[in-house]
Write a protein that binds this ligand. Structure first.
Ligand SMILES: CC(=O)N[C@H]1[C@@H](OP(=O)(O)OP(=O)(O)OC[C@H]2O[C@@H](n3ccc(=O)[nH]c3=O)[C@H](O)[C@@H]2O)O[C@H](CO)[C@@H](O)[C@@H]1O
Ligand SMILES: C=C(OP(=O)(O)O)C(=O)O
Length: 427
């Protein structure tokens, strides 16, 4: 297993180009099960999650490949297979996104319940209720969700909210299913994350009829068939945000190109509040600090559905606040248990205590490098960020988590001046 070795003490300076969004490309790849022609997804990131999704789709009879420039090309010839086994689905939650397309296209599906709940319960009841509302019979047997809709799906009114806000992949699953249902589907309480809107645009390019894109009310008129399309994947706002926090934590200057600044407004607002300069153009954002050793002002965040502060940037923000000049509160409203990074940051000298869904972070001038264990994707990014400002060497183990969602993060941080290398032989 690989590990990252991070030597702290360097102020980052430079530019990085945002990759395509993991959370947009994965459901788009599942959408290839809906169409007859080839689907070309440009600017897809080179990630292990993309490779896993290619395998899941291959097992379902959808041929695919990723080209050197990132473009993913997929085509489902004839009827898809309908069984997505545990061995593949367990590696990645987004593989649950094949459920809606398979049920719509083949009128049945057998998809393993996604495993690996690394930060608490991650149910899919909303996905299942949505598909039931469209006329599917849904059962759970031996760890598999089975859907059947012998006469095909029928449009309906559905509400997809949960106690923690709308469900992102739940909206995507039901929306994809509705594109081939008979008649009109109205989704109330749809997730408004930019990745959902980007998936809508990809489906429209394939021939789907969707109104209300980007809003909590989606109206989908089912069509007989969808075809192929070419779509350029949206920039990854979470990856972009991670590099901005990397710039800030080192008191440096980092510009992220080819991104959508408006989609990171919650982060840039907090960065300014924490004492950093933020400039933005139409498709770039730059953060600048006052030099290595700068300590941020303590700045609270509460995670919320878009356009609120994203849960996928919570761990990175906590790393930044570990060195703040005072006490800040980080409150997790989407996944109240998403705090696996907390004990690892404490191992690096951070002073954090948890009070239910809130972490109380008492900033300290000094963090010290340590061997730490990555537990999930964003937690691992946070540990790398903390390593950038720690005395000595930080070893981040289990970097396969980070490879799920960051394309060559070690190379890209090095290009900004960081001392980070990948080594074999981690725990
Ligand atoms: C592949 C992908 O796109 N992953 C993202 C997606 O995950 P994912 O789509 O799994 O997350 P959801 O939006 O579904 O979850 C939001 C909240 O709703 C709850 N819930 C969800 C579904 C359900 O059926 N019942 C239920 O109660 C969840 O436990 C959570 O508290 O959105 C999350 C929230 O922005 C992000 O952190 C993930 O990076
Ligand atoms: C939680 C994430 O991904 P997933 O839903 O695929 O686990 C993430 O991208 O931060």
């Amino acid at each position: 297993m690989d590990k990252f070795v991070v030597e702290g003490g360097v102020r980052l300076d430079g530019r990085v180009t945002a990759a395509g969004a993991k959370n947009a490309v994965l459901p788009m790849m599942a959408a290839a099960l809906l169409g007859d022609g080839p689907l070309r997804l440009e600017r897809a990131p080179h990630l292990s999650d993309v490779r896993t999704m290619l395998k899941v789709l291959e097992g379902l009879g959808c041929e695919g490949r990723q080209e050197e420039d990132g473009t993913v090309v997929l085509e489902t010839k004839g009827e898809p297979n309908v069984v997505a086994p545990w061995e593949q689905v367990r590696k990645m939650r987004a593989s649950v996104c094949v459920l809606g397309p398979l049920t719509a296209r083949a009128h049945r599906a057998e998809v393993s319940l996604p495993g690996g709940c690394v930060f608490g319960v991650r149910p899919i009841d909303v996905h299942l209720r949505g598909l039931e509302a469209l006329g599917a019979r849904v059962t759970i047997e031996k760890g598999y969700v089975k859907t059947e809709a012998p006469g095909g799906l029928k449009g309906a009114e559905v509400f997809l909210g949960t106690a923690f806000g709308p469900s992102v992949t739940g909206t995507m699953n039901v929306m994809m299913a509705a594109t081939l249902a008979k008649g009109r589907t109205v989704i109330h309480g749809a997730a408004c994350e930019p990745e959902v809107a980007d998936l809508c645009r990809c489906l429209v390019a394939m021939g789907a009829n969707i109104d209300g894109i980007g809003s909590p009310r989606l109206v989908i008129e089912g069509v007989e068939r969808l075809g192929g399309a070419t779509h350029r994947v949206l920039a990854d706002r979470i990856e972009a945000g991670t590099y901005l926090v990397a710039g800030a934590i080192t008191g440096g200057r980092v510009r992220v190109d080819d991104c959508r600044p408006g989609q990171l407004a919650a982060l840039t607002d907090r960065l300014r509040e924490a004492g950093y300069g933020v400039e933005r153009g139409d498709d770039w954002i730059e953060v600048h600090g006052e030099g290595f050793g700068q300590r941020p002002r303590p700045t609270d965040v509460t995670t919320q559905p878009f356009p609120g502060f994203p849960t996928d940037l919570q761990a990175q923000w906590m790393a930044l606040m570990c060195r703040a000049e005072g006490v800040s509160l980080v409150t997790e409203r989407i996944y109240p248990d998403r705090y696996m990074h907390l004990p690892e940051l404490v191992r690096m000298g951070a002073r954090i205590r948890r009070q239910e869904a809130t972490a109380v972070v008492e900033g300290t001038p000094r963090l010290s490098g340590a061997p730490v264990m990555a537990s999930d994707l964003r937690a691992s990014a946070a540990l790398v960020l903390a390593g950038l400002v720690s005395d000595g060497v930080t070893e981040v183990h289990r970097v396969y988590h980070i490879d799920r969602g960051y394309e060559r993060i070690d190379d890209r941080l090095r290009a900004l001046g960081a001392k980070v290398r990948r080594e074999e032989g981690g725990e």
